[in-house]
Design a protein around this ligand. Structure first.
Ligand code: GDP
Length: 343
């Protein structure tokens, strides 16, 4: 009873991060996190979420702990049952012996916000499970995209020991595309009446989907939906690098069809790992991370040398008035900047 209460508390706490001083990623906290404390995990995530620049320091401690985890993006229009399905998949994977992290990026998801409290039955099933860790992240304000810290949070959760990480998105706008950059396997969730809404999906999502799940199979129209989606996706695939995605039916609410979805995810995960594609995808993500890191370092060096924002604004205002090319300014500014090698 006491244990359960503590877990619930840890979850509620983690869903509402309190502002913490960025310097507070102490050795004690990192040690507690590495030795398996959930409370420490929640705290480390909060700190990295608040200040992603803390991650590089933590990264060293994660050596040897990263690289095996499979990230499964779960995306699709709002209301199709992504959260319900995510819960069911998390439970199913945990039942098969996996350690499962769930990142829910959706302020209106039952994992977070007002609906969370009203949806305890579903959440209790996850929150009380020692093999599942659920974390909500605020979506990027105004853009509906993944929080910029999501890839780091995924690493923190993987470094804690989770080998399957489900990333559920808000299902509209930029988040759908962002999840592709984070995920090894993309699951697109639809429902029987999706015929019309499919046009509203971002084109990249349809091509990126590795698995289509038509949820709410208990509703009328499931057979024709499956038929037309199978036809549609057989046309849009196969891409040269991947086969057409299977189209499976579930009723997450009635826990039906989930086993097949999990079997397909595990089949794809196994193929990714054995073919070396999982490693290649990780390398691609690292390229992006290194590139972004260099851009950030360069900008910081630039800014600390010439006070870039103010200097650029001043130069732009001058050019707008007098005309002329900005590139002389760029050349001179670059000549002034010295890059200190990273220690
Ligand atoms: P999300 O917005 O895509 O995350 O969708 P939710 O998981 O919040 O579900 C939206 C609504 O659909 C909720 O009222 C769920 O109870 C309901 N729902 C989820 N799965 C099913 C299902 O398999 N069948 C039916 N009929 N309703 C479902």
């Amino acid at each position: 009873m006491r244990l359960r209460r503590r877990r619930t508390l840890a979850y509620v706490k983690s869903s509402k991060p309190t502002p913490i001083h960025p310097q507070s990623l102490s050795n004690e906290l990192v040690d507690a996190y590495l030795s398996g404390s959930r409370l420490a995990l929640a705290r480390v995530i909060t700190r990295v979420e608040n200040d992603p620049s803390l991650f590089p320091a933590l990264r060293k401690a994660l050596d040897g702990r990263l690289g095996k985890g499979v990230r499964i993006g779960i995306t699709g229009p709002p209301g199709v049952g992504k959260s319900t399905l995510t819960s069911a998949i998390a439970l199913g994977l945990a039942g098969k012996g996996h350690k499962v992290g769930v990142i829910a990026v959706d302020p209106s998801s039952p994992f977070t916000g007002g609906a969370f409290m009203g949806d305890r039955v579903r959440m209790d099933a996850l929150v009380g499970n020692p093999d599942i860790y659920v974390r909500s992240l605020a979506s990027r304000e105004g853009h509906g995209g993944l929080s910029p810290s999501t890839p780091y949070v995924a690493e923190v959760i993987e470094g804690y020991g989770m080998d399957r990480i489900l990333i559920e998105t808000v299902g509209v706008g930029q988040a759908e595309l962002d999840v592709l950059r984070c995920a090894d396997i993309v699951v697109l969730v639809l429902q029987p009446s999706t015929g019309d809404t499919i046009q509203t999906l971002k084109a990249g999502i349809i091509e990126a989907a590795d698995l289509i799940v038509v949820n709410k199979a208990d509703l009328p129209g499931i057979d024709s939906a499956l038929q037309s989606l199978r036809f549609l996706f057989s046309l849009s695939g196969p891409r040269p690098d991947k086969p057409a995605p299977p189209v499976l039916a579930t009723s997450a609410q009635q826990s039906s069809g989930i086993e097949k979805v999990i079997a397909e995810i595990e089949k794809q995960a196994g193929e990714l790992i054995s073919s070396g594609r999982h490693e290649a995808m990780r390398a691609r993500r690292l390229v992006e991370e290194i590139r972004q890191s260099i851009q950030k370092e360069l900008w910081t060096a630039f800014d600390s040398t010439i006070g870039a924002d103010a200097a650029i604004a001043k130069e732009a205002a001058k050019l707008a008035k007098t005309g002329g090319s900005p590139y002389e300014f760029v050349r001179k500014a670059c000549a002034k900047v010295r890059i200190e090698p990273v220690k």
